[in-house]
Write a protein that binds this ligand. Structure first.
Ligand SMILES: [Zn+2]
Length: 88
């Protein structure tokens, strides 16, 4: 399964809209894949923000695309490069 697919699962997870086997797959992958873990965290933040504006179970068809594009446009270092430890 592609990383993009895991990010879609992460979006579903953030909306509490996953089958149990999908959630298991997602959690396994997030344990192994740092970039998806960061992506899933970003998705959680976006979904939380969207959740303030939309009813919980009514997910418009374009929501996934919106979330994924918001993540792609985010200027964070979530492209897989390691974040250096904080300087002291
Ligand atoms: Zn991944």
């Amino acid at each position: 399964m592609s990383h993009r697919r895991y990010l879609e699962l992460a979006a579903g997870g953030a909306l509490d809209d996953l089958e149990p086997d999908e959630r298991t797959l997602l959690e396994q992958h997030l344990g192994e894949c740092r970039s998806c873990r960061l992506g899933a965290r970003d998705i959680g933040e976006v979904v939380t923000a969207l959740g303030m504006a939309t009813p919980r179970r009514a997910v418009p068809a374009g929501t996934w695309a919106l979330i994924l594009s918001a993540i792609r446009e985010a200027p964070s270092g979530s492209s897989g490069s390691p974040v250096p430890p904080a300087t002291r």
